[in-house]
Ligand binder design. Structure first.
Ligand code: FAD
Length: 398
């Protein structure tokens, strides 16, 4: 019987898993590579703090066509690891079954909106295309509301990378929407004792400088108790009246991870070995935001980032195909870690290493950021030779 490598998800990791598996299995007529996802498109999540969110997608069907990857449009609802089978719902709502010899779980992550009262009902987020679109429409619609301090105030809950990129983008965005006369206010709520508390001192200082220059306020040692239609109440009883509250805290691995009987980390990511096989399930690989994977021998682990999702995908696809072809797998390694953080009209900041040494700031870093998020992380051209060259896990990260 033909062998089936089944990939759940067409994000950064799913796309590269498929291309990498197709590359290694090229010329082998007995292996099928199939991706199941709701859309044959890459949704460029790292850009969801920008405007024109609907345009931040790239088509994948032409790429899958030229590389021989099958695509099934639908959503996986159940994984039966014992039977090596998934149940999935197609576009018409019909539940279908798909067997596999190797499963690559690449179903990503989502922000947890259920941790704090009122978030689900009253807060916006920029986690998925649909929710980021709702936020964009809301921001644009503020111009139609009467001018008031609450209309002009945006509270961003969470001072991690997503919260910072959103908050520093907002002053210019609000000026564009509300005009330069409106007295706008952007407040970041941070649990830590200082702004950008979880980053290196060097990186933190740049973020503080940019925030100060842009007029973005930070409320530190602060935790959200409740979000209401009127704004935010903090645990110490303070309130901030705002018609816009954006939630960025608590990202969790996709729920399908819970269906596999294997150890998971606090974010729900499946523990994997160096080949990216889920512990105790050698026929299942986890990659991208659903994988808890060591990047080196120094104790570092992949983060929920594109730079990790892309490389993890290439190794997962390669190793799943290698296991069917009797080829030695490649242990996943990703020793370099960089960050490039957009800081709105101020520019950006680029750092290298797990200790986040700042290498570029302002316009220079912004140029790099733009090239990363609008070129580097996009799918390759729908050309088999190019796609397979880049899909090689050992090829330079381009
Ligand atoms: C606002 C924001 C800003 C970010 N900024 C950065 C940044 O600056 N730099 C950076 O490196 N990273 C950034 N990230 C993180 C980055 O986007 C993720 O780490 C990356 O998208 C993970 O890739 P993935 O392939 O694991 O998952 P995703 O890209 O989320 O893809 C998951 C795929 O699985 C599919 N799927 C989900 N459930 C199912 C199901 N049940 N059945 C079938 N398919 C399913 C989805 O439709 C999608 O196709 C940011 C994320 C956000 C939200």
């Amino acid at each position: 019987m033909r062998k089936q490598i089944l990939i759940v998800g067409a994000g950064f990791s799913g796309m590269w898993s498929a291309l990498s598996a197709a590359r290694l299995a090229e010329g082998n007529a007995d292996i099928d590579i199939t991706v199941i996802a709701p859309q044959p498109e890459l949704r460029v999540r790292p850009r969801f703090y920008e405007s024109a969110v609907r345009s931040l997608v790239a088509p994948l069907q032409p790429l899958f066509d030229v590389t021989g990857v099958n695509f099934l449009r639908g959503t996986v609802s159940q994984i039966d690891a014992a039977a090596r089978r998934v149940s999935w719902r197609d576009e018409s709502g019909t539940v279908q079954q798909q067997r596999y010899d190797r499963l690559i779980l690449a179903s990503g992550s989502h922000v947890n909106r259920s941790q704090v009262a009122g978030v689900a009902e009253h807060a916006f987020d920029l986690d998925q295309l649909e929710s980021a679109e709702v936020l964009e429409q809301h921001l644009n619609g503020l111009a139609q509301r009467p001018d008031s301090p609450t209309r002009n105030t945006v509270v961003v809950c969470g001072g991690g990378f997503t919260g910072i990129e959103m908050a520093t983008e907002l002053p210019a965005r609000l000026r564009e929407i509300l005009g330069t006369q409106a007295k706008t206010r952007v407040v970041v709520i941070e649990r830590g004792p200082q702004p950008a508390a979880r980053f290196s001192e060097e990186l933190r200082n740049v973020i503080i400088e940019a925030s100060t220059e842009l007029g973005v306020e930070w409320k530190v040692n602060a935790e959200v108790e409740q979000v209401t239609a009127e704004g935010v109440t903090l645990k110490d009883g303070q309130t901030i009246a705002a018609q816009t509250v954006i939630w960025t805290v608590g990202v969790q691995a996709n729920d399908l991870t819970a269906q596999i009987d294997a150890p998971r980390d606090r974010q729900g990511r499946l523990h994997v070995n160096a080949q990216l096989q889920v512990i105790g399930h050698e026929e299942i690989y986890a990659t991208g935001d659903v994988a808890y994977a060591a990047t080196d021998d120094s104790g570092n682990h992949a983060l929920m980032t594109c730079q990790h999702a892309i490389q993890l995908g290439k190794f997962a696809g390669n190793n799943a195909a290698a296991s069917l072809l009797d080829i030695a797998p490649l242990p996943y390694r990703q020793e370099n870690y960089v960050t490039c953080l957009d800081l709105g009209a101020w520019g950006a900041v680029y750092s290298e290493g797990w200790d986040q040494q700042v290498k570029l700031t302002r316009a220079e870093a912004k140029k790099l950021k733009v090239s990363i998020v609008s070129e580097l992380i996009y799918p390759p051209a729908a050309d088999k030779a190019t796609a397979f060259r880049i899909a090689d896990p050992l090829a330079p990260f381009v």
